[in-house]
Design a protein around this ligand. Structure first.
Ligand code: PEP
Length: 252
């Protein structure tokens, strides 16, 4: 099996941006820029309060909707939290797990990421699991070890069958929101390492079916070259997903 059997997946991450009332006008803008490319799966991951409006507005554009986080518990006394089955009930398909901003600001660890991955899969969601090294780790030359560990920890106990629903996003922390993109060689090297790690844990079939995204200052100008790499199956896009430019990235 090779690249052509994996459907490219471009996911936007709105972070804490976009009012619910701005979702429909944004969808209209996107529609005007680019009708969806058939070979590409497009996802918008939005704040919880935007999800109902997003599901409604993006249906016609055949853009799937994802959340940016979830709680690892099924239900109960967790004030302010949102469970996986609540997202499913709403019509949400994807969920970002372990974004570096959550690891950095909200104390998420490889351990909690693994619990969230299980919760998402159990409920029927497709997790987009984020891994990435800091600038210090890259400069120390331990990028590949760091990513290998993050991937192994995130997937601990996940069956090969459930792996079919997992997407892994390689996002070097130093490239997120900084305008600094990893070179295509750097991005390909780590995305290949992610696939090879999955090959060692599971098997060739699971590794070749896995979709690996690159994220970190992806925009309309650099997307095509990055997505043309053999082990890069699309992107996780922050800043550019808030502009109509996202329509260009999604058809790069
Ligand atoms: C992100 O939020 O996952 C991201 C990659 O952001 P940006 O594209 O703005 O660097």
């Amino acid at each position: 099996m090779n690249r052509k059997y994996r459907k490219t997946i471009i996911a936007g991450n709105w972070k804490m941006n976009m009012l619910p009332s701005q979702v429909k006008p944004f969808a209209d803008e996107l529609k005007a820029v680019s009708p969806r490319a058939k070979w590409c799966e497009t996802v918008i991951c939005a704040p919880f309060v935007d999800l109902p409006a997003a599901i409604k507005a993006f249906k016609e554009l055949r853009i799937s909707v994802g959340a940016e986080n979830l709680n690892e518990n099924e239900k109960g006394a967790y004030t302010g939290e949102v469970a996986a089955n609540m997202l499913v009930d709403l019509g949400v398909k994807y969920v970002i797990i372990g974004h570096s901003e959550r690891r950095q600001y909200y104390g998420e660890t490889d351990f909690s990421v693994n619990k969230k991955v299980h919760a998402a899969l159990e409920a029927g969601l497709q997790p987009i699991v984020c891994v990435g090294e800091s600038l210090e780790e890259r400069e120390m030359g331990i990028t590949l070890e760091r990513i290998n560990l993050q991937v192994k920890a995130a997937l601990s106990g996940v069956s090969a069958e459930k792996m079919r629903r997992v997407v892994i996003a390689y996002e070097p922390i130093w490239a997120i929101g900084t305008g600094k993109t990893a070179t295509t060689e750097q991005a390909e090297e780590v995305c290949k390492l992610v696939r090879d790690t999955v090959r060692v844990i599971y098997n060739d079939e699971t590794a070749e079916a896995l979709r690996v995204q690159y994220g970190g200052s992806v925009n309309a100008g650099n997307a095509a070259e990055l997505f043309a790499q053999p082990d890069i199956d699309g992107g996780l896009v922050g800043g550019a997903s808030l502009k109509a430019e996202f329509g260009v990235v999604a058809t790069a």
